[in-house]
Design a protein around this ligand. Structure first.
Ligand code: AFP
Length: 365
């Protein structure tokens, strides 16, 4: 059997770099450092409890709550350290920001600073770690503002507050039955599978695209009583299946690891919703804009899908805070556009609770 020659991540990046003849190679080197961090995290995830990284931090960890006020699992902390340690020394970064760090991370003054910003969620889906369900890492590369590059000054929060359209690259690592890296550098989406024997990410999915239609939706249905009318309308119509206005049956999934949901949608279509709800008025959504919604948004749109807040395209949102949350809907283009349309017609839903459409009877009860 002739073994099919596969591209490595390095070869793919070199191919992509041909579009920029004057490129220095810094961008590719940064992405390879990110890939190394993901390989290190994959190893820690794979060893799990064998190395005692699961469960909550031991009491000697100074702060076991992250900026979101959520319990930090030890693997969250380790994953964050892998990202900073593997990428800070290469001289490509002006600074970093992470879900696990309150303030932007400064490149040590002993190291050279570069022209890019790295934004990441080192371990997404961490509530699944202890039950051995797929988790992932998310990352996004931005260009540092000119003032930062020219002066070499420390980065500040404002440097990161760029809309998703400004992303130069975005991707995720998926720590599942296989470890994968899915990446866009602005020219489509490519998927790589980690070859454990080589320790290399091999190109296995060269041109990932999201089907425009689907019969599969993902949402945490336990929040349904908090949803806004357009989301309730959309989900009710999916649940009505063939008997309802959609005229076809739908399937539902909820893994509670957005990276895993995003990968399923990239592979076979679907729609993911974590909408604004009334559960906690202080939170306009659960997902974070800069290091979850934007990288996934870039990947999905590069693959021909659509990413939205439900009311506006995700990548056009102007961030106002490093850790801000945002309502998130992404996936098959035609489904996301339908959900957006429902948000433009909030009163169009013939909801049984609305007196106008309540059950009518000739005989008043
Ligand atoms: P954790 O990283 O805290 O587990 O959150 C994961 C996540 O941000 C996203 O990956 C999931 O889709 C979503 O939260 C799950 O939220 P629920 O636990 O409310 O279903």
């Amino acid at each position: 059997m002739t073994t099919r020659r596969r591209f490595t991540l390095t070869q793919y990046l070199i191919e992509q770099r041909r579009r920029f003849p004057s490129a220095s190679g810094d961008f590719n080197a940064l992405l390879l450092d990110v890939a190394l961090a993901c390989k290190a995290i994959a190893r820690s995830v794979a060893f799990g409890e064998l190395t005692g990284v699961l469960g909550n931090p031991v009491v000697d960890v100074a702060t076991s709550l992250n900026v979101q006020g959520e319990e930090q699992k030890r693997l969250d902390v380790i994953s964050n350290e892998y990202f900073t340690q593997m990428t800070e020394w290469g001289g490509h970064l002006a600074g970093m920001a992470s879900e696990e760090m309150d303030a932007p991370y400064q490149i040590p003054e002993t190291l050279q600073r570069g022209k890019y910003l790295l934004v990441f969620d080192p371990l997404d889906g961490s509530s699944n770690i202890d039950v051995n369900v797929t988790v992932g890492s998310l990352f996004s590369v931005l260009r540092a503002p000119p003032g930062v590059i020219d002066s070499g000054r420390d980065v500040v929060e404002a440097d990161f507050l760029q809309p998703g359209t400004q992303q130069l690259a975005a991707g995720y690592a998926l720590y599942g039955p296989t470890t994968m890296l899915v990446l866009t550098v602005g020219n489509g989406v490519a998927g790589f599978t980690l070859d454990p024997n080589l320790g290399q990410f091999m190109l296995t999915h060269p041109n990932m695209t999201v089907p425009a239609d689907t019969q599969e939706f993902a949402i945490n249905a336990s929040n349904s009583r908090f949803w806004e009318a357009p989301v309730k309308r959309y989900v009710d119509e999916c649940l009505a299946g063939k008997t309802g206005p959609r005229g076809k049956d739908f399937n539902m999934r909820w893994i509670a690891s957005m990276v895993a949901e995003a990968h399923r949608i990239l592979m076979r279509g679907g729609v993911f919703m974590y909408p604004r709800d009334t559960k906690d008025a202080s939170k306009p959504g659960r997902l974070r804009l800069l290091y979850e919604a934007n990288p996934v948004g870039m990947l999905i749109e590069q693959a021909g899908g659509r990413a939205s807040t439900g009311r506006e395209p995700m990548l056009q949102v102007k961030p106002h805070q490093l850790h801000q949350r945002i309502p998130l809907v992404f996936g098959s283009k035609n489904e996301v556009e339908r959900i957006e349309r429902y948000h433009r017609e909030p009163n169009a839903y013939p909801d049984a609770r609305t007196p106008l459409f309540a059950e009518r009877s000739l005989f008043r009860d």
